[in-house]
Design a binder for this molecule. Sequence first.
Ligand code: LLP
Length: 429
Amino acid sequence: MQLFGTQEIRNNQFYMGGVSMEELKETYGTPLYVMDEQALTENMRLFQESFRHERLDTEVIYASKAFMNRAMVRLLKDSGLSLDVVSGGELYTAAKEDFPRERIYFHGNNKSPEEIAYALKEGIGTFIVDHELEFQRIALLLKGDRRPQRILLRVNPGIEAHTHEYISTTKNDSKFGLSIFDEATADFIKKMASDRRFDFRGLHCHIGSQIFEEESFLKAAKTMVEYMRTLSEKGVQVRELNLGGGFGVHYVQGDEPLNLNKLFEKLLAQLYTLLEKENLLPVKIMIEPGRAITATAGITLYEVGSVKKTFGGMHYVFVDGSMADHIRTALYDARYTAKLTGRMMDPQSDTFRVTGKACESGDILVKEVRLPLPRPGELLAVFSTGAYHYSMASNYNRLTKPPVVFVKDGGSRLVVRRETYEDLIRNDL
Ligand code: LLP
């Protein structure tokens, strides 16, 4: 199996951040989200350093939906990355840690008036406008005496990246943004650009998630430049181009993530050439990675409760978590790597299905994995769960959400505490 960040195997035992899983279980219990703090900061740095071009201004914006809490915001603040938020809640979390408002980008296809008013009050840098009615809604809430509000428009460039249908966003019927093939879009852009209350900066697109094809990104960039030329002919200058996130990561053997250094070098070089040729410079180029920063930095640690072989031949491993803390398998048919953390190198005995406690047949964490025969009480880690796990967790079956622990340099610290039964009824009247 592939190890990431500070992950290592010592005497058949799995370690991350220099800490053994046994120790984490003793201290925090299971199930447990464990994040490799050094890997997180390293990944942030990698993006900051590789998404650069000597003649283009660039910016890396972290998509907080992948994994967010106050400790993560603190790391981001130090990293120099900007922040993409999609809800009042994400904005609130960032504001609580006093994340620089100028570096916050507010996304979403249905921002409520309350969220817009809150974001305006906080003085966030940029709204990514989704459609015209939303633009009007923001305009209505602007106060007269402030600087023009920076905005980008989310557009749909019609690129279809090879990814799961639910996480691909640029088909013609996507709910996000406005199509560049619709002539009304350019008219709307002209209108925004000439509105004095706003500072129309440019365009945003996001072609999907968990993408492994370089060509998808290059094609999106090229299509966007062509559209920028169309707009320029209509008298609108685009000064910022945000290409979104979507950089695929490793979950199972066979997943081959792009070399980001190479991708960015090629992407930015291509962009520079095209923009210069079309006389569209200067343009600032942005990206919004989420998964690629956090996914492989995280694992989920479970305790094996039991094993059971069905009459039909399915060999189940029951763990103390569920689809409530791990929804991606049920939702996207996602695949994962799992290991017994105390017997990393032992020979495998059978193919197992890892399932949890939820009252539902679809409660599958890992569909198929080769393991030694698990024993009750042993620890099982599911890998690459640092993105869209903690952030997508629910309380289905009134299960409490696992805590989040950061490990680093042989130590660990709790950054989100385990939910209690009391937390579950907190809002019940
Ligand atoms: N920017 C925008 C506007 C987005 O919509 C997204 C993801 C990102 C950036 C970050 O994409 P990333 O680099 O993480 O692929 N829950 C799904 C993923 C949904 C992604 C939604 N948007 C999953 O678990 O696979």
